[in-house]
Design a protein around this ligand. Structure first.
Ligand SMILES: [Zn+2]
Ligand SMILES: [Zn+2]
Length: 217
């Protein structure tokens, strides 16, 4: 038998000690290993029920992929039953890895905001064409397909993926602005700065209203 299965860092092959079901029961183990492949050909441990450990894990992954709502429900239950443990774990992770956790929180905030705004691709295209083929920041005329779809408040800074936050930008401005807000971008062309900063304020107000459930205004 040349098959080799790695499960939970354990390698199962010719050399793996055999543990019969009777032995496992006698020793109080949860799994046994005979080396005989399962119906799917996995050379893997079996649970005491004789179910193949590898098959169970494949089936579980499939079930997870097909039942996202049930997974969420289970997770929610798990979190509420294990609040203290999880809080301690998160606090430890934050202490060990401050940068990572901050980045993760920023992404989570961005996703949260994303979830409450339109993802209507047509609306976004409409918004972009409203700019009349000019860069929102420097007003240069753009060639067709030259413009970048630009988030005035970057998603990484919690900006929404919404019409109000999207403009057409020339590649130079898009790259130059990077993840700054218009109010933080000192090289924002003066002539157009007022309207860009006014729009930034408008987006923040709109976004806060969405989050507070006040709806559009
Ligand atoms: Zn199997
Ligand atoms: Zn520009």
């Amino acid at each position: 038998m040349s098959a080799e299965i790695i499960y939970l860092d354990k390698v199962f092959d010719e050399a793996t000690p055999r543990v019969t079901l009777a032995d496992a029961r006698a020793l109080g183990l949860k799994r046994y290993f005979t080396g005989t492949p399962c119906k799917q050909g996995h050379v893997a441990e079996r649970y005491l029920s004789s179910n193949c450990v590898e098959c169970v894990s494949v089936d579980a992954a499939k079930w997870h992929a097909e039942n996202p709502e049930k997974v969420q429900e289970k997770l929610k239950k798990y979190r509420s039953n294990n609040r203290t443990v999880l809080r301690e774990r998160d606090a430890k992770r934050a202490r060990d890895n401050p940068g990572k956790v901050n980045a993760k929180n920023a992404r989570r905030r961005a996703r949260k905001r994303l979830a409450i705004v339109t993802r209507d691709a047509d609306a976004i295209m409409r918004q972009i064409s409203n700019e009349g083929g000019k860069c929102f920041y420097c007003a240069v005329d753009l060639l067709p397909f030259e413009g970048h779809a630009e988030h005035i408040i970057p998603l990484s800074r919690g900006g929404p993926h919404a019409e109000l936050n999207l403009v057409l930008s020339c590649p130079r401005c898009n790259i130059g602005k990077h993840d700054r807000l218009p109010s933080e971008w000192s090289r924002l062309p003066k002539r157009h700065a007022t309207r860009a900063i006014a729009r930034e304020r408008e987006i923040i107000e709109w976004n806060d209203a969405q989050i507070l459930g006040l709806g559009d205004f």
